[in-house]
Design a protein around this ligand. Structure first.
Ligand code: FDA
Length: 302
């Protein structure tokens, strides 16, 4: 119940332009500003520096140029071009070539065909340089279309892309079976969006139960889910290098380091860019205790 209420609250304020303006003013302006706990910075150079540090610790990373639900075709084109530049910068930097993106960033809410064209531009450029591209999963009104777009690209021969499934959606079991039939790479998460009863499981125990048993990128900070993954893999004889554990930048760094030390592959999701507010609010909604450090940081920063 508290989970649902706090999530609704943070999702509601994520839509506030005033708060976005205020947060943008304070959140990122200094190296210790509050948004930097979860966001690598506003520029690709900031993200590459974070990625280098992660790789130096023996972990791997995926970079995410933040952005979602762009409002015009011009914005979708600009976002695509910005991401193509990011690809070039990553290649030049020598860090691992792995990115995550959202279809609404490429224009899905405006025009499906245009967003598919933009995705193709991304996959072509990424494929030419040996990138893996993860298509993040957004709110449930985009699930079906995201699955369809992904499968279309797959049928057209794009194999450098993977998808995300959310265990809070009852449909994800069937989607996982379909992705396994295709041989597509899946990242499994619990799900970060505010969903209605009937669309998504509301009870944390149901979300957790649906999480166990899917393969191969398990993205969670929940020690119980990580233990379940390890137990499942051990029982099935799946070696630790046949799947990945993934976590978000700034969340449970201790656990990330411990799992690496225990011999597991750990990938850190590194978001960056000026459009960080909705992502940041989702992180606060997951753990309302985080609001404390934001308030402290703003009061010290003024
Ligand atoms: P849960 O929320 O139960 O948290 C378990 C524990 O982790 C908490 O008790 C706390 O210790 C810690 N924790 C979790 N969130 C925290 C936070 N914000 N701050 C501090 N501590 C925190 N979702 C989605 O819908 N589409 C997507 O494409 C993705 N992509 C994605 C990639 C990667 C690499 C990760 C790790 C996660 C996502 N997610 C996502 C987000 C995911 O759906 C989910 O909202 C978060 O991972 C939180 O759920 P947990 O599995 O960590 O469990």
């Amino acid at each position: 119940m508290i989970d649902t209420v706090s999530r609704a609250f943070f999702h509601a304020i994520a839509r506030s332009h005033r708060l976005k303006h205020l947060a943008s003013r304070y959140g990122m302006r200094r190296p210790d500003s509050f948004a930097r706990r979860f966001i690598a910075g506003e520029t690709v150079e900031d993200a590459i520096a974070v990625a280098r540090a992660i790789e130096a610790d023996g972990l791997t990373q995926t970079l995410d140029l933040l952005g979602e639900s762009v409002g015009t075709m011009a914005d979708a084109d600009a976002a695509t071009r910005a991401y193509l530049t990011v690809i070039d910068r990553i290649v030049a930097s020598g860090i691992e070539r792995n990115i995550s993106l959202k279809l609404t960033q490429l224009g899905l809410t405006i025009d499906r065909a245009t967003s598919v064209d933009n995705l193709r531009r991304m996959l072509d450029a990424a494929g030419a340089h040996g990138f893996f591209v993860r298509i993040d999963m957004e709110g449930s009104r985009f699930t079906q279309v995201t699955m369809e777009v992904f499968e279309t690209m797959w049928q057209q021969g794009y194999r450098n892309a993977g998808i995300v499934l959310q265990s809070y959606l009852p449909r994800s079991m069937a989607d996982a079976n379909r992705m396994n039939e295709l041989g597509a790479r899946v990242r499994l998460v619990k799900g970060a969006y505010k969903e209605r009863k009937g669309t998504a499981f509301q009870d944390k125990r149901q979300v957790d139960a649906a999480f166990v048993g899917t393969y191969p990128a398990i993205a969670t900070h929940d020690p119980a889910m990580i233990d379940a993954t390890r137990a499942f893999a051990a029982k099935q004889g799946i070696a630790a290098d046949r799947y990945e554990l993934q976590m978000l930048y700034g969340v449970r760094r201790d656990l990330q380091a411990q799992l690496k030390a225990d011999g597991y592959r750990v990938r850190v999701y590194v978001p960056f860019g000026s459009e960080w507010f909705p992502y940041f609010m989702r992180r606060l909604g997951e753990r309302p205790a985080n609001i404390g450090f934001v308030i402290r940081a703003i009061s010290q920063d003024r």
